[in-house]
Structures are given as structure tokens and as C-alpha cells.
Design a binder for this molecule. Structure first.
Ligand code: SF4
Ligand code: MSK
Length: 621
């Protein structure tokens, strides 16, 4: 099992899964091998019913589909469709949060009062909404209304684009990739990739970038900013993580997926006296709510709720035999969960009308009666406690403390109210640069190995790391989110961490919270009067797997940040497209992708890039 993961808790639970006769993602991957070579290269097309068509990568067989599309067109269309799916997922999540704020402001969602009035007002000002002499409800209603307009906007640019340095905005305008309506860019991707529409790979990729930008500076940013308004802006908080956070003597509930709307109220319902009494009556010492993936990140950032693990651990949490309910909303949830749960006593409870799972119990979430639904879900879990099969319970003790909650506001507070101290340590070279490490796990690669190796190489060389998503959970499990981890950092970064009392790796939230990283990058560039592409920044998704990660990578590059992918994207079937993404893009948007599966070599690429940017800015002369 050591070839599957570097995480001890994962390895132990994989062994238990095997002895319990449970198949996991790793087993299903083995059963899929060899995976389709055409698919891996991006060379198959099913966009119309004259197909499916595929291009022979060796040049002996067909070089065109029935319609005449060549490798460049097919690979580019597949890439753009992946971006559209990723952007749609983040943005639909953002829309859900905006609709909740709207309902809250209308008095129709009483369980969601505005928690951060200062942030509400700051956003209102950004959107040109008057705040003087107006109630929180009035401001919230107008802001939610205005934000919802962004999805189907007739305007030529999204509001948050104004955060971007002017040089970059001019470039986007020149290239015709300034994002307009959030939904519009996704729809245009689907239109252009329909048979017989856009067949020029460069033109297709540019629209892909525009859709991705509508995610990063639109849908994801909406999700982050309005979640802060509704649930509170995160501040540094301590918690613990990994499968050892499950408690043998308690009712264990895992909340998994991406939206904070449900998990927030479940956290509160689990503290309800009546439900706690019910749990005690059934022999449990209490109710233990733990997160998984990005729903986990959302509640760990705001409440320090324990996180049971990242993407590849969702089945393994069930394998402990100690989970009464896995409550899921949207995104990154295996369809296999009910099957695995069937081997134990665990109930899988789906809650979103957008994500149903055969074999799961569906308890529809309703923001108008959120606490009522949350209580029903918690009660279902409590009632399931007595069904536990003690002979199948095996919770290992692996758990690790972390500090998370580094929102932009929290970072500014740690810096004394302005970015200047951060810019000063970057200028002095104590911190050489900042690298964003984000994204998933992927069973094709040893779980967490690339994340941790890459991050350790970077902090050793005085690069400050900011993380989100499953990458941040990997770092949390390895102890890298503690201030004490500064001892693994280079002298310069370690000194900065000690002075500020921060870890060398800052957890900035869930996948949509990469928008927080973009906001910091834009603010740094604005403060220095340069473009984002001029800054000593880099990004990486060492173990990515989802279409959302494709959208993220595209908007990060289009925003001017060099991005390293640790798993190979399905674009190598088109030499032209691969060249455009890894080299040509630098000439177009000032940044490009690199693909490097070896995390040590990937860290060297990031450090080399940062050194070049520092030199160009005259910082190391
Ligand atoms: Fe084949 Fe063209 Fe149809 Fe794709 S769009 S399936 S390449 S005919
Ligand atoms: S949860 S998108 S596996 S990071 Fe955001 Fe993790 Fe990737 Fe899902």
C-alpha cells in the first residue's frame, strides 16, 4: 500500500479495506488499465453523431474526423469543454451562495443572517451601491441582486475585473478575453465547440481563457466573497485533521462536497441539546462533525472543525466503520460511496437537487428551512449509531493539528493592516516569492507525495506557500500548517514566520477560494504599479484531476501566473496546442503552463521562474 499513498492513515485504512473486501478508487483504476491512449492524448471526439471519431497519433491512420476536424481542433475543443465544465461548477456554486444572500435579505432564509457587515459594506461600495443610512437588509438585497446580474450580464466586463491591474485589463481587452457574463462565457464555449462552429485552435483556446476568467474573477470570487458575508470572514484558527479525528465513542458525521451553506447549519445542529441528549440515550458520548474535501475546508476555515481527509480518503473514512452518516452536497463525491457504505452501517445522505446518488438517502436541503433540514440529517445519523458493527470499527490514531483561516483580511491583519510588510520581505529577499499550491489527489500518483515534496522543496528555498483545496489538506496532515513547521523553511522565510507567528504554508480555503489568492496577487501588483505577470509568483496543481482544476489553471495563467501541472493533461495529441499552452502563451498572456510529474524538478522550475521575475524587477541586482 505504500505505493498508493504517503499518508499513514490512508495506508492503514487501505489494508482494512482489502481485508473487508471493499474496492476503492485505486482498485478501480487498476481495473481500468490500460487506459485509452486516444483519450489520454485528447484525440477522440464525440461532439456529433457522425462520430465518434479519433485521430491516429502515429500518422498512419485517419488524421481527420468525418467532419474534417483535425487533431488541433479536436484537442482544443475537448480542452475548452473541460474548462467550461469546471467554470460552470464553481460559478453555479457561487450562484447558490448569491441566491442564499438574496433570500436572507428578503427575510426568507432566517437561519442565514449576515455575519460580516463590514465585508458586506465594502463589497457594496465596490459595486457602486450606496450604504449610508441604509439597513443591512437593504444593502444585502441590492448587492445580491447586482451580483446575480453578473451571471447573465449585458455589460462588457465583470465587476471584479476592476481589481485587476490596468496593464492586464488592457491586455485582456486587446485579446478579446475580458470576461463578460459568467454564464455567457460557458454557453459560448459550448456553442463554439459544437460541430461546425469554431475550428481554429487558437480562437478556441482564447474563449477557453475567457470562460476560465469568468470563473476566477467571477463565479469563484462571488462564492468566496458572499460566503464571507454570510458565514463570516475566516481568521486563523486551530484544528486537527486526518482519519484520527473520528471518535469511537461518538456519532460521527462527515460533511463532504463543496458548499458551506448546509455544513454551516449541520455544525450548529450537532450542538443542539435535544439531539445531544438523543445521542447520549443511544450510548454515544456526543456528536462529532468532520469535514472532507472542500466542504471540510470551508468549515475548518471558519470554525476549526476537524477535517477527516482529502479527496482520496472519502471511501476510507467509511472503511473505519465508525461513520454514521456521510452528508454530501456537490462536486468531487464518488458515486461509489453508497456501495462502500453498504459494507458497513454508514448512511450516505445526498442533499442537493443537482447531485443525486443511487443507493443514497435523499434529504433535500432547503435554505428557507436550513436548521430544520440540518436537524433531520443529524437525527438520522444519531439514530444510526446503534447500527454500528463494533467488529468492523477500526479508527487509527493518526491526527495532526493545523492552523488555517488565512483570508486576505486575516493576512492583512497579521501584517498590521497593509501589504507593505509582505512586499518589504519580498523586496529584501527574505521571502523570494510566493507559490500557490492547489488541487486534488489523483490515484494515478502516490497520494500527497507530490504536494508535500513540492511544498517542502519550496519552503526550504524561502518561497512562501499559499494553499487551498485538497493540497492544503495534504499539507495540514503533514504538519506543514503549523508555525513550528518554519523549522523546515529556509532562513529568510523561517525568520518571517517567527516574526509574524505564521506557518510557512498558509491555508487560504477551498477551491473557489483561489480567488483570495488572485485578490492578493492583484493587490501586490497594484501596490508596486506592475502587472501580475511581473511578480515573483508561481502556481502548481501537483496532483490535479478535476475539470475545475483545468478552469483554475487556465484563469491563473491568463491572469499572468506561471503554472506547473503535476499530472499530464489530455492535450499532447496536438503538438500545436501543447506548444501554445507551454510556450506560446507567454508571448500572448505573459505566462504559460509547464507539465512536470517529478515534484523536485517542478519546484526547481518554480524557483527558477521566481528568480527570473526578481531579476527583471531589479530586486536581486
Ligand atoms: Fe467526428 Fe467531427 Fe462529429 Fe467530432 S464533430 S464526432 S470529429 S464528425
Ligand atoms: S475538493 S476539485 S478534489 S481540490 Fe475542492 Fe479536492 Fe480537487 Fe475536489
Amino acid at each position: 500500500m505504500t505505493e498508493r499513498s504517503v499518508d499513514r492513515a490512508t495506508i492503514k485504512m487501505l489494508k482494512k479495506a482489502r481485508s473487508d473486501g471493499v474496492s476503492t478508487a485505486w482498485d478501480r483504476l487498476a481495473a481500468q488499465e490500460p487506459q485509452c491512449g486516444f483519450g489520454q492524448l485528447g484525440l477522440c471526439c464525440r461532439n456529433c453523431n457522425m462520430g465518434p471519431c479519433r485521430i491516429d497519433p502515429f500518422g498512419d491512420g485517419p488524421q481527420q474526423g468525418v467532419c474534417g476536424a483535425n487533431a488541433d481542433t479536436i484537442v482544443a475543443r475537448n480542452l475548452v469543454r473541460a474548462i467550461a465544465a469546471g467554470a460552470a461548477s464553481h460559478s453555479d456554486h457561487g450562484r447558490g451562495i448569491a441566491l442564499t444572500l438574496y433570500a436572507s435579505a428578503k427575510g426568507e432564509a432566517p437561519d442565514y443572517p449576515v455575519k460580516d457587515e463590514a465585508k458586506l459594506k465594502a463589497l457594496a461600495v465596490e459595486f457602486g451601491i450606496a450604504t449610508e443610512g441604509r439597513s443591512v437588509q437593504e444593502i444585502a438585497l441590492q448587492l445580491a441582486d447586482r451580483v446575480l446580474d453578473e451571471f447573465g450580464s449585458k455589460r462588457s466586463s465583470l465587476q471584479f475585473v476592476n481589481r485587476v491591474p490596468s496593464k492586464r485589463r488592457e491586455l485582456w481587452n486587446k485579446l478579446g478575453i475580458t470576461p463578460r457574463g459568467i454564464d455567457r462565457e460557458v454557453v459560448e464555449c459550448m456553442h463554439r465547440t459544437h460541430v461546425g462552429v469554431d475550428n481554429d485552435y487558437v480562437s478556441l483556446v482564447l474563449q477557453g481563457l475567457r470562460a476560465a476568467l469568468s470563473d476566477g474573477w467571477g463565479g469563484s470570487m462571488v462564492a468566496t466573497e458572499l460566503s464571507d458575508v454570510l458565514f463570516g470572514t475566516p481568521k486563523p484558527v486551530r484544528g486537527s485533521c486526518n482519519l484520527g479525528v473520528l471518535k469511537e465513542d461518538m456519532v460521527n458525521i462527515i460533511v463532504h462536497g463543496h458548499e458551506p451553506t448546509l455544513s454551516e447549519v449541520i455544525v450548529h445542529a450537532a450542538r443542539d441539546r435535544e439531539l445531544l441528549e438523543e445521542a447520549r440515550k443511544r450510548g454515544a458520548a456526543g456528536i462529532n462533525v468532520c469535514g472532507m474535501c472542500c466542504t471540510g475546508n470551508e468549515i475548518l476555515m471558519r470554525h476549526g472543525v476537524p477535517v477527516a481527509g482529502n479527496f482520496l480518503q472519502q471511501e476510507l473514512a467509511v472503511v473505519t466503520g465508525a461513520v454514521e452518516a456521510v452528508v454530501v452536497d456537490i462536486q468531487c463525491i464518488y458515486p461509489s460511496l453508497p456501495q462502500v457504505a453498504g459494507c458497513y452501517h454508514t448512511k450516505v445522505i445526498s442533499t442537493s437537487p443537482k447531485a443525486k446518488f443511487p443507493g443514497a438517502e435523499h434529504i433535500p436541503f432547503d435554505e428557507h428551512n436550513a436548521v430544520g433540514v440540518a436537524r433531520r440529517i443529524v437525527r438520522t445519523a444519531v439514530e444510526n449509531f446503534t447500527n454500528r458493527k463494533p467488529e468492523l470499527v477500526n479508527i487509527r490514531s493518526d491526527r495532526q493539528d493545523y492552523v488555517a483561516g488565512f483570508s486576505v483580511e486575516a493576512i492583512l491583519e497579521a501584517l498590521g493592516g497593509s501589504l507593505d510588510p509582505l512586499l518589504d520581505v519580498v523586496k529584501s529577499g527574505a521571502v523570494k516569492g510566493i507559490v500557490a499550491v492547489v488541487g486534488c489527489n489523483n490515484p494515478k500518483y502516490k497520494q500527497d507525495y507530490s504536494h508535500l515534496t513540492f511544498v517542502r522543496e519550496l519552503i526550504k528555498r524561502d518561497a512562501l506557500v499559499v494553499g487551498t483545496g485538497c493540497a492544503a489538506i495534504a499539507c495540514a496532515k503533514a504538519g506543514l500548517l503549523l508555525p513550528e513547521a518554519a523549522q523546515e523553511a529556509g532562513e529568510g522565510l523561517a525568520g518571517v514566520c517567527r516574526a509574524l507567528g505564521i506557518p510557512p504554508v498558509l491555508h487560504m480555503g477551498s477551491c473557489v477560494d483561489i480567488s483570495r489568492i488572485m485578490t492578493v496577487a492583484a493587490a501586490m501588483a497594484n501596490a508596486l504599479g506592475v502587472d501580475i505577470a511581473d511578480l515573483p509568483l508561481a502556481a502548481a496543481a501537483p496532483e490535479w484531476m478535476s475539470e475545475k482544476a483545468v478552469s483554475i489553471g487556465a484563469y491563473v495563467v491568463a491572469s499572468g501566473i506561471f503554472t506547473i501541472l503535476g499530472t499530464v493533461p489530455p492535450v499532447l495529441g496536438s503538438k500545436n496546442l501543447a506548444e501554445l499552452l507551454t510556450a506560446g502563451a507567454t508571448r500572448v498572456v505573459g505566462a504559460a503552463f509547464a507539465v512536470e510529474e517529478d515534484p523536485v524538478a517542478a519546484a526547481q522550475l518554480a524557483i527558477k521562474h521566481i528568480a527570473a521575475k526578481r531579476k527583471a524587477l531589479g530586486l536581486d541586482n
